[in-house]
Design a protein around this ligand. Structure first.
Ligand SMILES: Cc1ncc(COP(=O)(O)O)c(C=O)c1O
Ligand SMILES: Nc1c(O)cccc1C(=O)C[C@H](N)C(=O)O
Length: 397
């Protein structure tokens, strides 16, 4: 059984703050600052360029990829880190489309994060072969899998509502129809158990700065199923995905297996912070995370619905149908969230009217949830959101 009181102590959280936004950016693992400092001073400072070999910087995208692989049910040696999630979406999609050259439809849903859809649009333009991005409502995905579909591009957990796709069922249906699947695990990795092997997923991508707590700008990851490892063509054929980067050949040859999904120089400083964050996951059981995340979410919903009748639940009520976040709809949601943040409870707002709260059991406990609901009730009952100071929109929300 995971001891969540011990894991909470491993994070720095500002005094008085209840942090319900780890679904956007996880908090600072206490060990990360010293780990980054060590990398800067002892490795970069003292080893200089020899750090690539002596400190293992060059191999780290695969080493950390394996540690993430354990959390998402991947086979060892089939996850690699690097770049941003948007880039990894592009790579997976380009590889999948190449593997289904006779088909033209990319199937996604309106609950997908816009960047995934934008990357698909950009790739369609770049390919110029008449592909279509077909976007349906989340609940219509299964029915929209036809033999026109080359690939499904879906985020398992809807970033706005927390609605969860049935990964196993959709993967099965897609493959029965001859399509490939790409799963974006941005809101899944570290939030709930994921079983890529069990589901038979073809590709998966995700970020490490949310529930994995790797820090702002932490690198993304990509998974390619072993059966595709030698046929997935890398669209972004950078030198570190080459079979022999240091042979400096004039022409590109894809690297062995997942190595070919590397592009360029790895983010060495960011990986130091991520390494410290992943240490915390070593003793953690994802089934414990799921059970506790459901308990926290259920408690929050119950407390808020009793105290704040003006808020409407926008997430699935059935906890098994949602990820590790809960959203409430409110017309003045932006200002209400700003007022709540001023009370020390950090959640976020997603247009047009959703107040979104993430529950990460590693550092959020039942007392936090009760206190967050109390402060939210204070904001709502006293109509603090009506104060013009909370209406001004910030650049990043
Ligand atoms: C589901 C999903 N996909 C893609 C992205 C984009 O990630 P990045 O900014 O790392 O490219 C995000 C978050 O920003 C996301 O939540
Ligand atoms: N990646 C982000 C960023 O660089 C700035 C602000 C927010 C983000 C996010 O990750 C947003 C997140 N994907 C979401 O679900 O809304």
């Amino acid at each position: 059984m995971t001891d969540f009181a011990s894991t909470k102590a491993l994070f720095h959280l500002p005094e008085g703050v209840i942090y319900l936004d780890g679904n956007s950016l996880g908090p600072l693992p206490r060990a990360a600052a010293a780990r980054v400092q060590h990398r800067v001073q002892e490795e970069w400072g003292e080893l200089l360029i020899t750090g690539w070999n002596k400190a293992g910087w060059m191999a780290e995208p695969g080493v950390l990829g394996n540690r993430i692989g354990r959390l998402i049910g991947a086979e060892p040696g089939h996850v690699v880190l690097g770049d941003t999630l948007s880039i990894k979406v592009y790579q997976a999609l380009a590889a999948a489309l190449e593997m289904r050259p006779e088909r033209r439809v990319i199937l996604s849903d309106s609950g997908n994060f816009p960047s995934d859809l934008y990357m698909a649009e950009g790739l369609i333009k770049a390919l110029g072969r008449g592909h279509e991005l077909r976007v349906v409502a989340p609940q219509e995905v299964a029915g929209a899998i036809t033999d026109e579909v080359a690939v499904t591009l879906l985020t398992e957990v809807d970033y706005r509502t927390g609605r969860l796709h049935d990964m196993a069922e959709i993967t099965r249906r897609a493959q029965d129809a001859g399509a490939l699947t790409i799963w974006d695990l941005a809101h899944s990795a570290g939030a709930l158990p994921v079983d890529l092997v069990g589901c038979g997923a073809d590709f998966a991508v995700g970020c490490t700065y949310k529930y994995l707590n790797g820090g702002p700008g932490a690198p993304a990851f990509i998974y390619v199923a072993p059966r595709h490892a030698t046929c997935a063509a890398p669209a972004l054929s950078g030198w570190l995905g080459h079979a022999a980067p240091f042979a400096f050949e004039a022409a590109y040859r894809p690297g062995e297996g997942i190595e070919r999904m590397r592009v360029g120089t790895p983010p060495v400083l960011a990986m130091a912070a991520l390494e410290a964050a992943l240490d915390i996951w070593e003793g953690v059981d994802l089934t414990d995370i799921r059970a506790q995340s459901i308990a926290l979410g259920e408690m929050f919903i119950a407390e808020v619905e009793v105290r704040c009748p003006m808020l409407t639940l926008a997430s699935p009520r059935d906890p098994s149908a949602r990820g590790s976040q809960v959203s409430f709809q409110f017309e003045h949601g932006y200002a209400a969230m700003q007022a709540l943040i001023a009370q020390g409870v950090i959640g976020d707002f997603r247009a047009p009217d959703l107040m979104r709260f993430g529950f990460a059991p590693l550092y959020i406990d039942t007392e936090d949830v009760k206190e967050a609901a109390r402060r939210l009730a204070h904001v709502m009952q006293n109509r603090l959101w009506g104060d013009p100071v909370y209406q001004a929109r910030a650049t990043v929300t």
